[in-house]
Ligand binder design. Sequence first.
Ligand code: 13P
Length: 250
Amino acid sequence: MRTKLVAGNWKLNGSLSSIRELIDGMLAGVDAVKTAGVAVCPPAIYIPEVTAMVKDSKIAVGSQNVCDQDSGAYTGEIAGAMLKEFGCEYAIVGHSERRSLYGEDDAMVAARFAAARRNGLKPILCIGEKLEEREQGVTEDVVSRQIDAVIAVEGISAFADAVIAYEPVWAIGTGKTASPQQAQDVHAFIRGKLAALDAGIAENIIIQYGGSMNAGNAEELLGMPDIDGGLIGGASLKAADFLAICQAAG
Ligand code: 13P
């Protein structure tokens, strides 16, 4: 039986004082979250501060990306071993902002997914269609292609230690959430696709929803059978809102 996982993706937000306040607020209420896993993904420079603050709690830490390489002349990148050394458990890879704003293609995302795993980090693989792709009716083709790029490099077995986040690009930061049924349909498609290759992995993998999830709509989304948690942007920057989503997850 899979448990739910709610992760906050803070993106490029915060300061030392604001992240301390945010984590303090989360620590004060996180014990009310009974079964769901809770994680935060701060800007990389704050990871040591956050891991130190949450070390005696159930809050896990993840990075927002990881280099495809392990060391060498890759200016501006952070290696998986470095993230691991500072207490990260997860690494987001393939976020749509990385794909669209920084040109990471499917092959690069797959290489970063592989780097996370070989350094003992659980990748949170973000996939999802753009608005025009949904309108063209090719949502399933897009998420299939994004998953296949990883399977081609790492094989289906790699998904035993991974999380998938379905984030329709049109729902990210727009306030326009996918309806529970729209999200459920894609989640079920993803699980079915994995099940055709490995039924056990498909049954156990956490498939999060992301895109304007908030304290008001979380319960309905998380009530769908194939929605196993959330990857939360804006609403993860306020402790009360984020905790409300975590509690809705169980
Ligand atoms: P919002 O929750 O702000 O829409 O962002 C979602 C997201 O991109 C999480 O990775």
